[in-house]
Ligand binder design. Structure first.
Ligand SMILES: [Zn+2]
Length: 329
């Protein structure tokens, strides 16, 4: 397969991009945002075209090998827009057996940012650990083992028609790129919060792994101090703390050390959006324009997209020429 692709590359201006997985198992432990309990996960390499799968390893009971293989299917959740069951406090997925996993978005964003197409994520609890509230801890752990290229061309989903979702004054549009030869994903994300410490922030960028790593991966989630007390009273977000979120209150960032960089708020909204878009399991080619996005709108958008098959087409990805990458950096 590689030989075939290499010989094809000789005739093509740009080389085909192959699917990727992790080179070896990656394990992490952290606090669960919902429960406040410690939870560990292991990311396993997976074969080409298998996609991203979550497996609730904590629900596996001991038994015969035959019984276990039946159980494995029941506790495995394939990442897909239709698997979304809830979008409060993050994105939650479930399979047809009602087995769920919470807070998948920052890990999916890390996979999107690194170009990982296939992985089996074993979670030993009901949610992916929140870590520091960003995607960086996942990326660092994966970088420590590296990635493996697989012998299947990587496919992207090219937008052909406008798809829009709205909720009051909030909206997201997906539109085709102006030029048919343009194989990138362009994002324009705008947030507007009353609290003056956040205010109005906009991020306009072309998606690339290097830009994601440098400017998006470290952006932490955020909330208002008044929300924290309210959520804890209701038994929600028990694991939420200033170790894994920026907390703002009346124009002030309460965390010691303040922000990691200017625009951290809008960049986290971009991180969430990129993670939720990766429920599609492949990169997008098109323009994403978002005003006040959130997990509800993000996931409605990917559901609307898969429900309209004439609005997109799958195509094999080609490497972006080096000169274009340099111009962007
Ligand atoms: Zn988030």
């Amino acid at each position: 397969m590689f030989d075939q692709l290499d010989s094809m590359a000789g005739y093509q201006a740009a080389k085909a991009v192959c699917e990727k997985t992790v080179r070896a198992c990656v394990s992490l432990t952290g606090v669960g945002l919902h429960t406040g309990a410690s939870v560990s996960l292991t990311i396993h390499p997976a074969a080409a075209r298998s996609g991203i799968l979550f497996r609730r390893a904590d629900l596996l009971t001991s038994g015969s090998a035959e019984k276990q293989s039946v159980e494995l299917e029941k506790i495995t959740i394939a990442v897909h827009p239709q698997a979304v069951i809830r979008t409060s406090l993050g994105t939650s997925l479930a399979n047809e057996h009602g087995v769920f996993v919470n807070t998948v978005e920052h890990l999916l964003s890390a996979f999107a940012g690194m170009g990982i197409d296939n992985a089996l994520v074993e979670v030993h609890g009901p949610e992916v650990p929140i870590m520091d509230g960003s995607a960086e801890p996942f990326i660092k752990a994966i970088e420590a083992v590296g990635l493996r290229e697989l012998s299947a061309p990587r496919q992207a989903l090219r937008i052909l028609k406008k798809i829009a979702v709205k909720d009051g004054d909030r909206w997201i549009y997906l539109t085709p790129n102006a030029a048919a030869t343009d194989s990138q994903c362009h994002l324009d994300v705008l947030v507007d919060f009353e609290d003056p410490s956040i205010g109005r922030q906009q991020a306009v960028f072309d998606f690339s792994p290097s830009h994601f790593r440098q400017s998006i991966a470290q952006a932490r989630t955020f909330c208002h101090a008044s929300d924290v007390a309210l959520m804890h009273e209701r038994g929600l977000a028990l694991g939420g703390s200033m170790d894994n979120a920026i907390v703002v209150d009346k124009g002030q960032v309460l965390n010691e050390g303040g922000l990691r960089f200017d625009g951290e708020f809008v960049m986290h909204k971009a991180l969430d959006l990129i993670g939720d878009l990766y429920l599609l399991g492949r990169p997008l080619i098109g323009q994403v324009t978002a005003y006040k996005p959130g997990h509800d709108l993000n996931t409605r958008l990917v559901k609307a997209l898969v429900a309209q098959p004439d609005a997109w087409v799958l195509e094999d990805l080609r490497e972006i020429p080096a000169e274009a990458m340099q111009a962007e950096a």
